[in-house]
Design a protein around this ligand. Structure first.
Ligand SMILES: Nc1ncnc2c1ncn2[C@@H]1O[C@H](COP(=O)(O)OP(=O)(O)OP(=O)(O)O)[C@@H](O)[C@H]1O
Ligand SMILES: [Mg+2]
Length: 130
């Protein structure tokens, strides 16, 4: 299971995305704490797709870059977009995860958004730099 795509249309899809996220994270070799963290980040992305964008898709992939491997978590939707992406990624803006929470849970986050849609890509690496 190197890549997985889950289409998201309703809150039922939180579980449909969370399970393969856990499975892929275990396969990559993450600790159980990191596996749960990745599952939580996945839940937050899916929840926002349902709540704000009327659905979209989640892509999960194992990644291997120069010297480090890990997992990439992507959320795509077709709008309405986030007005202020700088504010949206701030941690503590909301009670839960959201873009800011996903950034805190993962090791890196890229967010691009327009009225046509939002694309969030988050990364978690197996071995952190010391
Ligand atoms: N996919 C998205 N499309 C459009 N707007 C979004 C999307 N994801 C998040 N947002 C906007 O970014 C804001 C911050 O998201 P975040 O998930 O942090 O907060 P929340 O969903 O309001 O609260 P919580 O996640 O704690 O229930 C949201 O209030 C929403 O306006
Ligand atoms: Mg949210």
């Amino acid at each position: 299971m190197a890549t997985v795509t889950v289409t998201v249309a309703s809150s039922l899809d939180v579980g449909r995305a969370r399970r393969p996220a856990r499975t892929l994270a275990v396969e990559i070799g993450f600790t159980l704490v990191d596996v749960e963290t990745i599952a939580l980040a996945t839940s937050e992305l899916v929840t926002n797709l349902v709540r704000y964008a009327k659905g979209g898709a989640i892509h999960l992939a194992s990644i291997s870059e120069t010297g480090r491997s890990g997992l990439r978590l992507e959320g795509h939707d077709l709008g309405p977009g986030i007005d202020d992406t700088a504010v949206a990624v701030q941690d503590g803006l909301s009670t839960g995860g959201g873009p800011g929470g996903v950034r805190r849970l993962m090791d890196g986050l890229q967010l691009s958004s327009s009225p046509a849609g939002t694309h969030i890509t988050a990364y978690k690496y197996l071995y952190r730099a010391a």
